[in-house]
Design a protein around this ligand. Sequence first.
Ligand code: FES
Ligand SMILES: [Fe+2]
Length: 343
Amino acid sequence: MIHVRNAWHVAAWSMDIEPNAPFPITIANDRIVIWRNDNGDVTALADRCVHRLAPLSLGRCEGERLRCMYHGLLFNRDGSVAEIPGQDLIPTGASVRAYPVVDRHSWIWVWLGDPALADPALIPQAVGFDDPDWILGRGQLDYAAEARLIHDNLCDFSHLSYVHPASFGANENWALTRPKVTVLDRAVRFERWVTAQSGMRGGDRDQPVDVWSFYEYHVPGILLMPSASYPAGTADKLNGKAPPPDMPKTGVTFTSQAVTALTDKTSRYFFSWGPHKDHGDEALRDMLMGIADQAFGEDKIMIEAQQRVIDQSPDVRIMPTSADVGVTQFNRLVERLSRDETL
Ligand code: FES
Ligand SMILES: [Fe+2]
């Protein structure tokens, strides 16, 4: 499994990192401890004490610092050792690795690669709970599958027709049409009309709508999708062109999703979803979250089963179809960025 290390990886929901409570997470096989101090500042260090390698996530926060609760070494926020109980001399280079970390859009983002390249401007524009325009719910799921299979799933919505007819009310049009795929610097963009879909985004499931399906899938695995639905027939009226911004809509939602590789064979999937405040309320948000929980459970069953098949037949090659253009482009982007890291 290839990991792009020079990228911001989602480690947790911001609100799940409570003050003074060390939080362990493994990202792309790196064991990391994250904690928030009383000021709200967040720190990420290697979760491995420099002394005898106990996990610092079992440690105790002391003001700005974190103490290993095995033999008491105290660590500064930059990973250096501040104190060794009963010993005056602190060896030079006594430190654990500190990771660049940013608390933004309700997620904690950790940069795994070269700290000199950790530009917060590279954090994708997810919508967080601090944005008053959206009424969001959230959830997360752990997968016994490699993150790449979830990236593949999210870069090919033809599966909606077969995996999600019950939850999303998706019909065959997702599989019968193809999106326009555009490769960006660190993302792949998908756009197309999908006609005659369930009107759930507007709160009325019986009234079919045309969906302008537009989303971007950013490295290392961040999906940003502002969905809008329109009265049935709109796609034809526009001859398949993108809808102008002022066109009346039957529903507007935003979902931000993050796929984080924990190890080569396990992943964590974070998601939020909800309506724009002018197109829904908490009741619609709760209905959408019920749909999301059902739908992402449907994906998990298929992808974990797919992983078991792959593990039992590792030498069998895949056979791409024309629905895989976005999948292939995203995988190529990941390969190129990770290759660039080794140059
Ligand atoms: S292992 Fe951390 S102080 Fe000994
Ligand atoms: Fe899905």
